[in-house]
Design a protein around this ligand. Structure first.
Ligand code: WA2
Length: 281
């Protein structure tokens, strides 16, 4: 009957949507766990050994060779916590100045050529990137605390000890909408029940990964058949009244819609996948 047919159609859409949402969520969680392990790797081999067993070359090679462990990420990097009192010494040691993420000319920010960026203005502290996977080498020397989303992530990551996510924003250079995942690296094995203040004090740096949402969701959906059948949109619904479109083109179509929830591991952020059939029956 017509009613059976419409119920079947609804069920098909729900199954396809849930399957895609689960795949995206699983891949996200897999890479999140691996980024967490990288933060522990830096703590163990950069701070646990004297002299450090990690430099840019080691970090670059290791992260490139293990990139398959972090599906959906476009690159990982490590930023150091530098108080203002240590800035001069830090810059002398590295042979470059800490750069500001924003340029005076806002239109050029996305180009992100470190040589063209201005030095970071005086702040209490900085978070310059010192190690990076080759794919995001353009952020080396940039103060991650000079970008609104990156800064909020850093503050929340170090106070909580958990992996935290930004809202979607335009990533440097790629020009695509993405999110950044950050884990703090602490200077000692600090107790699990440490206060946010002790955590902040014990922080030595930040391990972060960037997720280029459009290209990576596209890659994931391509692996599944029937891309011709449904339209997929991914939203950041943290603010239920103002959802942010992260993937897909905005659709106003009032046809059959299925919503699958996504859990990307940061309880402060909410995400959803919206699915529709491409064609009316
Ligand atoms: N990584 C890549 N592209 C970006 C970006 C970023 N942040 N921010 C803007 N475009 C080193 O949380 C520490 C990575 C930030 C980590």
């Amino acid at each position: 009957s017509l009613r059976d047919k419409s119920l079947r159609r609804e069920e098909t859409l729900a199954n396809m949507c849930d399957e895609r949402a689960r795949m995206l969520q699983d891949q996200f969680n897999v890479s999140m766990n691996h980024v967490h392990a990288l933060a522990i790797l830096v703590s163990t081999f950069h701070y646990g050994k004297d002299p450090s067993a990690i430099d840019q070359k080691t970090f670059g090679e290791y992260t490139e060779r293990t990139a398959f462990e972090r599906p959906l990420t476009s690159g990982v990097a490590y930023a150091l916590k530098v108080p203002h009192s240590e800035r001069k010494q830090f810059e002398k040691q590295h042979g470059w100045t800490i750069k500001k993420m924003e340029m005076e000319d806002q239109t050029l920010v996305q180009d992100c050529i470190p040589e063209k960026l201005d030095p970071a203005p005086i702040q209490d502290e900085y978070a310059p990137v010192i190690f990076s996977q080759e794919t995001v080498s353009h952020i080396v020397s940039i103060d991650m605390m000079s970008g609104k989303e990156d800064r909020e992530n850093i503050l929340r990551a170090r106070a909580s000890g958990k992996g935290v996510l930004t809202s979607p924003f335009k990533l440097l250079k790629s020009n695509h909408l993405g999110v950044v995942l950050t884990f703090a690296v602490y200077n000692a094995d600090i107790p699990l029940d440490s206060t946010p203040e002790l955590r902040t004090e014990s922080t030595v740096g930040y391990l972060g990964a960037s997720y280029d949402i459009p290209s990576l969701v596209e890659k994931l959906l391509h692996q599944l058949a029937s891309k011709q059948t449904i339209v997929v949109n991914v939203y950041d619904t943290t603010n239920a009244l103002a959802p942010i479109l992260m993937y897909g083109t905005d659709v106003t179509d009032t046809g059959l819609l299925h919503i699958s929830n996504l859990d990307f591991g940061d309880p402060l952020r909410k995400h959803q996948m919206h699915c529709r059939f491409k064609y009316k029956p």
